[in-house]
Design a protein around this ligand. Structure first.
Ligand SMILES: Cc1cc2nc3c(=O)[nH]c(=O)nc-3n(C[C@H](O)[C@H](O)[C@H](O)COP(=O)(O)O)c2cc1C
Length: 214
């Protein structure tokens, strides 16, 4: 399947087959493929909570506007965006630093520069760390969806849920923002999809505000 097929075939699926499990192997492969997502300084400020148990999915459904797909899909991922994922001492930041030293990408004397650069980009106002976390986790979430399509799986992204309720129920620490839930599974047998939704045209997407451009 090439990217054009993947892009055209991915749809937000509302009706999953509750009888068809997603194997651990498929889920692991999907996450491995998505893990190749690019990120700021390669800091990868994302994590996933995998919700598989029927009872937990029912609990999650009640916190997600009672959307049936949350309980019907065999797996729901809670995508987490780590607002602290740029800070000195964070395990991934330190692992990243060690990797950059090992590969020669950075020299030991550049540590202050590196930490200062991350701080200046992701800590310059109250929203900057949130923007850092959510943009990178958003790219990761998109990769998860395309990876799923490439593996014959279906997905549905959702931000219709009670953030604080999900945070409390799954005891998610405060430094994570929860950009979305992602239902993963197989399409309900016999399901007929509506035609693909409209999209903005290229000329509606490309803008200039300064009077310049072609
Ligand atoms: C971040 C995000 C949050 C969404 N939240 C919901 C949701 O809570 N419930 C829902 O039914 N659809 C939700 N959607 C699905 C969109 O409505 C859907 O992706 C869009 O209409 C385009 O349809 P398509 O994905 O099938 O191309 C969400 C999509 C995204 C990317």
């Amino acid at each position: 399947m090439n990217f054009q097929d993947i892009s055209e075939q991915r749809r937000a699926i509302n009706f999953f087959d509750p009888e068809q499990e997603v194997s651990q192997e498929s889920l692991t492969r999907m996450i491995e493929l998505a893990a190749r997502t690019p990120s700021s300084f390669n800091l990868q400020p994302w994590n996933l909570v995998v919700v598989r148990e029927q009872e937990e999915r029912e609990t999650l459904k009640a916190l997600a506007w009672n959307q049936d797909k949350v309980a019907e899909a065999p797996v729901v991922l809670i995508v987490l965006a780590d607002r602290k994922g740029w800070q000195e001492g964070h395990p991934v930041v330190e692992q990243n630093w060690q990797q950059m030293l090992a590969t020669g990408g950075m020299q030991p004397e550049q540590r202050d520069w590196f930490l200062g650069a991350a701080k200046s980009l992701y800590n310059w106002n109250e929203q900057a760390d949130l923007a850092f976390a959510v943009k990178n986790a958003g790219f990761f979430a998109m990769s998860l969806m395309y990876a799923a399509t490439s593996l014959g799986l279906e997905t549905h992204p959702m931000d219709g849920f009670d953030h604080e309720g999900v945070r409390r129920t799954f005891q998610i620490p405060d430094h994570y923002w929860l950009p979305l839930l992602l239902a993963v599974g197989y399409r309900k047998p016999g399901l007929e999809l509506q035609p693909a939704k409209w999209r903005k045209r290229v000329d509606e997407i490309v803008v200039r505000f300064d009077g310049g451009g072609a």
